[in-house]
Design a protein around this ligand. Structure first.
Ligand code: ADP
Ligand code: ASP
Ligand code: MG
Length: 445
């Protein structure tokens, strides 16, 4: 059960979403607390992104909000990002020394961004009379594998967090970071504080994980690009997972995976206003079933084509083994057959991996006798997403027709049962998002 003060702030649909989820997770797992407090309290995890802690004024606003929630009797764990722009600044500093900084040391460096904000918030809270303790990733026992720069959380012991909560402290944890088995500092990939927050909420069996950011919820498209985008009141984990994977950076993909796996209700909302945001929850029978519920884009794509490749067994394996061994993730792949026992093979990688992938493919092309390797960094991927697609036909045809009407050429296509993605020229990204958003009836009136 949630604290009455906090509960009152929520709309009926939010309440029902949380109730629904909570009834499915071990009921009654959090007994009424002793210690003079006469109401059932909530355990709330709140995460604040970079813009929410960009300077001391904003950190003070965060502290004020926390004190309100804490004073109402709730237990509060806070997860913070670095100040806006700080992680980029630190990465650039390292790149001024070398193009390929040591990845272990880069993690030690970028983790300092979050160390700054957690300590500042605790100093702020203490100065306002509220007991608070900061914990870095390793102190909060966030255990990860050893993949520096993109580590995955493998466990959270949370004993220290629980101990501090039992002393009625606000616990402020540095997001984005953990430690591997040897004690090395690791980071979880860009946007990783979302994942820290949801994983901590899962480990603590928290009532809700609130993600405070610079928009007031999850929208049908990026509200900063599509002015007619509408706020979504409630979205299921699978749809959110597709949106996050296909470019909606409002939540990191791994955060949604954790939320889905451990049934954590996630509330995405604004740190600048009180209005409710979007609940990310398990799919419910009564959820609205539009064919398309969102349109996303990502410009972080680059395309590589190996042309006139001998069409024989083992060629694809040679090409993609070389890429895989370099730790590069391939997104889309298409193969076109030509006459004369030749074929063209095209695939996409992220822009940051493009130079390395091109170098590898130039070597591979020579070894397999391909005619040439062509690269293109000026592409983007637009996607239409919706669980309703499972029961609506014609979404793909309509997507292609809408793009054709604007003379936007589709370079590659990939589909799943709940999404259709098209690679197009980068310069058409905004237009494509806007016309698809309109065509699928998502524009706000
Ligand atoms: P934070 O620093 O708080 O983690 P991010 O910049 O990572 O914030 O994520 C918030 C941003 O996500 C928004 O400013 C918005 O531009 C972008 N965004 C992309 N797609 C969406 C979407 N569908 N709904 C809401 N925001 C989106
Ligand atoms: N500070 C990290 C980043 O900029 C993590 C985060 O903000 O979630 O990616
Ligand atoms: Mg983020």
């Amino acid at each position: 059960m949630l604290d009455a003060g906090y509960w009152m702030l929520l709309s009926p649909s939010c309440k029902s979403a949380i109730r629904n989820l909570k009834s499915k997770i071990s009921p009654g797992r959090r007994p009424l607390r002793a210690g003079g407090r006469n109401r059932t309290m909530a355990l709330i995890v709140q995460k604040y992104g970079g813009t929410s802690v960009a300077d001391l004024d904003r950190i003070q606003k965060v502290a004020e909000r926390l004190i309100r929630v804490y004073s109402a009797g709730n237990d509060v764990v806070v997860v913070l990002s670095a100040m806006a722009g700080e992680t980029d600044r630190l990465i650039q500093l390292a790149h001024q020394i070398t193009n390929d900084p040591n990845r272990r040391e880069l993690d030690v460096l970028v983790a300092t961004g979050e160390q700054t904000t957690v300590s500042l918030l605790c100093i702020m809270l203490e100065s306002m009379g509220c007991p608070a303790t900061s914990l870095l990733g390793h102190q909060a026992e966030i255990l990860t594998n050893r993949a520096f720069g993109r580590a995955r959380i493998v466990g959270i012991h949370a004993t220290r967090i629980k101990e501090l909560l039992s002393q009625r402290k606000i616990v402020v944890v540095a997001g984005f970071q953990g430690r591997d088995q040897q004690g090395n500092i690791t980071t979880l990939g860009r946007g990783g504080s979302d994942t820290s927050a949801v994983a901590i909420a899962a480990a603590l069996n928290a009532d809700v994980c609130e993600i405070y950011t610079d928009v007031d919820g999850v929208y049908t498209a990026d509200p900063n690009l599509c002015k007619k985008a509408k706020k979504i009141e409630k979205i299921c984990y699978d749809e959110m997972l597709e949106m996050a994977s296909l470019g909606a950076k409002v939540l990191q993909i791994r955060a949604v995976e954790f939320a889905k796996k451990f049934n954590v209700p996630v509330h995405v909302r604004s740190s600048f206003q009180e209005e409710e945001g979007t609940m990310v929850v398990k799919e419910e029978v009564d959820m609205e079933r539009l064919a398309v519920s969102g349109v996303t884009y990502t410009k972080d794509e680059a395309r590589i084509t190996l042309s006139r490749v001998p069409d024989k067994p083992g060629i694809a394996s040679t090409i993609f083994t070389a890429i895989g061994e370099a730790g590069i993730v391939v997104d889309m792949i298409i193969q076109n057959t030509r006459k004369g026992g030749l074929t063209d093979l095209t695939f996409t990688v992220s822009k940051s991996n493009f130079p390395k992938a091109m170098a590898i493919q130039n070597e591979v092309a020579e070894s397999i006798g391909a005619e040439q390797v062509i690269g293109d960094e000026h592409i983007a991927k637009v996607s239409v997403i919706g669980v309703g697609m499972r029961s609506h036909s014609g979404v793909a045809a309509k997507t292609f027709a809408v793009l054709a009407k604007e003379n936007i050429n589709i370079i590659m296509i990939s589909t799943s049962e709940i999404k259709i993605s098209c690679i197009i020229e980068e310069k058409y990204t905004e237009l494509a998002v806007q016309v698809l958003h309109h065509a699928f009836g998502l524009d706000s009136p």
